[in-house]
Design a binder for this molecule. Structure first.
Ligand SMILES: NC(=O)c1ccc[n+]([C@@H]2O[C@H](COP(=O)([O-])OP(=O)(O)OC[C@H]3O[C@@H](n4cnc5c(N)ncnc54)[C@H](OP(=O)(O)O)[C@@H]3O)[C@@H](O)[C@H]2O)c1
Length: 261
């Protein structure tokens, strides 16, 4: 299988004077997306405007800040009531709005950033019909040994996709440290721009996520179906390093070759 860079999800990207990315997207006709609003001063019309984040920990807040920098509207929810997280969200991710899970799930794109051992606390009904980024990793030293993943030969994201049956899951952002996410992002076209792989079984969802990854400052590289996410799970060369799109494509291509061991 040959990995392909999604060409900015059919979007043409330019830099604004404030440094935000503008999107002129012909792609991503989102089903069930939140209603259109007037473009903010930082972004031109695009179908992708609101990002809902489930989880306000290290990754959730880093994604939120990076998304805010790119001009998205960001909604954050945890398992706690809004009142309990409103102040911390305001302090840690200024500009984001603390919401309940249903409001986060209604965003154009939803990022699930909860510890993997809590994935069954997510509500599959809320996420049915949504495009969902799965940033979660199974790492037993941290998560403990979880039978769902130990006893199942599939990748963690395939197991999660099964649970979130109605959602279109895309695995990405799992192989960049939360602190690096805010450091390594660069404008499109920057030489040696860092790339991030994405895997999923729903092509339109991947297109939307590719647009988001590009807006966050990274070259999106399509690794293939959700099962191909095995190539960038914990312990892999991709997981452990930082790569350009060309390097990432080469590593993904190697990973997809049948093993002769
Ligand atoms: N650390 C990294 O650099 C990194 C990088 C990439 C990916 N990852 C992966 O990302 C995942 C999250 O890691 P993290 O370090 O951000 O975890 P974390 O700091 O422990 O934060 C987890 C957050 O999830 C919230 N949460 C728990 N259950 C929830 C639910 N049902 N709905 C909404 N929110 C819920 C928690 O809030 P409450 O419990 O208060 O509700 C908390 O805000 C892990 O699977 C990790 O492997 C980590």
């Amino acid at each position: 299988m040959i990995a392909v860079v999604l060409e900015s999800a059919n979007s043409s990207l330019t830099r604004t004077t404030q440094g935000a990315h503008h999107v002129n997207s012909s792609a991503s006709e989102l089903r069930g997306a939140s209603p259109r609003r007037e473009a903010s001063p930082r972004r031109e019309a695009s179908d992708l405007r609101t990002i809902g984040i489930l989880g306000a920990g290290r990754v959730g807040t880093a994604v939120a800040r990076q998304a805010l920098k790119a001009g998205f509207e960001v909604r954050i929810a945890t398992a706690k009531p809004v009142e309990e997280i409103a102040m911390i969200v305001e302090i840690v991710t200024a500009g984001a709005v603390a919401v309940d899970a249903p409001d986060a799930a209604a965003a154009d794109l939803v990022v699930v950033a909860v510890p993997l051992h809590k994935y069954r606390t997510l509500d599959p009904e809320l996420l049915a019909g949504r495009t969902v980024i799965d940033v979660m990793n199974y790492w037993s030293p941290i998560d403990g040994e979880i039978a769902d993943f130990e006893d199942d030969p599939r990748t963690s994201s395939e197991v999660v996709q099964d649970f979130l049956r109605g959602a279109a899951l895309v695995k990405t952002l799992n192989h960049i440290g939360y602190h690096d996410l805010e450091e390594d992002g660069r404008a499109p076209g920057t030489p040696d721009r860092r790339a991030l792989a994405l895997a999923g079984d729903h092509p339109e969802a991947k297109e939307l996520v590719a647009e988001f990854i590009d807006q966050l400052g990274y070259d999106p590289v399509d690794a293939g179906p959700l099962a191909a996410g095995r190539a960038f799970q914990p312990g892999t060369e991709i997981f452990n390093g930082s790569h350009t799109a060309a390097q990432l494509r080469a590593l993904l291509s190697t990973a997809s070759q049948p093993s002769h061991a």
